[in-house]
Design a protein around this ligand. Structure first.
Ligand code: NAP
Length: 308
């Protein structure tokens, strides 16, 4: 076996797991397909990670990456295609080769959910975005739409409000889902118009976004809104297709209280795991626990739980 533990994903869950795995002297690889630090690196501001009252996603990502690298895991830039069981452990097939490991921690996170409406795919990167900190500055002093009513929509909307002329917040209900402190801040902004009970049915534009068609789900009424960009924050889809373990109806991996999946030796942590809430601090804790459990399994000290 190449490794004692392969960690799939280099966000807060995966990097936390790697710190614990390396401190336990486990031969450890972290495999990440995009950015070490994870999707949180695209967040404007993190204010709820204990010890960091206010830190940008980019600085947070850099800090956790540097912390993990101090213990010198193998950091592999590759996309995992398949995890399969082999004699004595698992084979992890990637687009840059296949590795073997006695245990695997899946910390692959979740990707932004798409609206799946006409114009979205065609205009992605040309006004349609899922990253306000990456693309927001291109729309300084313009009118933009933010779609969704959760933490992502509101926290990134607050960032955008400082750049753009006006935000149309399109939400399918008339109540926001985001945490109360974000709701208070967002509703106090001077340049927001709420478009309640509404869904985007089409994104318009030839070379760039010029507007959206919005339908009121209660009245059926349609309205065209002129905007230069649409920031889509309608939730996430867990990235777990590459591994065959028990999952919930949405694809989140079900684990026991030790983060072990239905397949002994495969653990899950962070946003790809079935859990009550997705938060970076929870992901880091789950990653730590998964690594400790993997170590105990390797030492034959882990008592299997019943609920996976
Ligand atoms: P989320 O919490 O799942 O919210 C998604 C929002 O989009 C909901 O308001 C939902 O409406 C709406 N929505 C879902 N599907 C839709 C569709 N097809 N069309 C239109 N609207 C749709 O997702 P998120 O905001 O991306 O957050 C993901 C996770 O990360 C959450 O657990 C969140 O708490 C966490 N997070 C935390 C922070 C923070 O702590 N500051 C920041 C960002 C994210 P309904 O409300 O009607 O379902």
């Amino acid at each position: 076996m190449d490794y004692d533990v392969i960690i799939v994903g280099g966000g807060p869950a995966g990097l936390s797991a790697s710190v614990y795995a390396r401190r336990a002297n486990l031969r450890t690889a972290v495999i990440e397909k995009l950015t070490f630090g994870g999707i949180i690196t695209t967040t404007d501001l993190i204010e709820n990670y204990l010890g960091f009252p206010a830190i940008s996603g980019a600085d947070f990502g850099k800090a956790i990456q540097e912390h993990a690298m101090k213990y010198e895991p193998d950091m592999i830039q590759a996309e995992v295609k398949r995890v399969s069981q082999v004699e004595g452990g698992f084979s992890v097939e990637t687009d840059s080769g296949t590795f073997t490991s006695k245990t695997v921690i899946v910390a692959s996170g979740a990707a932004p959910r798409k609206l799946n409406v006409p114009g979205e795919a065609e205009l992605f990167g040309r006004g349609v975005s899922t990253c306000a900190t990456c693309d927001g500055p291109f729309f300084a002093k313009k009118d933009v739409a933010v779609v969704g009513g959760g933490d992502s929509a509101l926290s990134e909307g607050i960032y955008l409000s400082r750049l753009v002329n006006k935000i149309y917040l399109i939400h399918r209900r008339d109540q926001l889902r985001a945490e109360p402190i974000l709701q208070q801040r967002f509703t106090g902004l001077p340049n927001v118009e709420f478009v309640w009970n509404s869904v985007v049915t089409r994104i318009e534009g030839e070379k760039h976004v010029t507007g959206i068609l919005v339908k009121n789900v209660k009245t059926g009424e349609e309205r065209k809104i002129d905007v230069s960009a649409v920031f889509v924050y309608v939730g996430e889809v867990p990235q777990t297709d590459f591994v065959d373990v028990k999952k919930d109806d949405h694809g989140y991996i079900i684990t026991d209280e030790n983060m072990q999946s239905s397949v002994p030796g495969i653990f899950a942590a962070g946003d790809c795991r079935h859990s009550l809430s997705k938060q970076a601090i929870i992901s880091a804790g789950e990653g730590a626990l998964a690594a400790i459990a993997a170590q105990m399994l390797l030492e034959k000290r882990l008592i299997p739980q019943q609920n996976a």
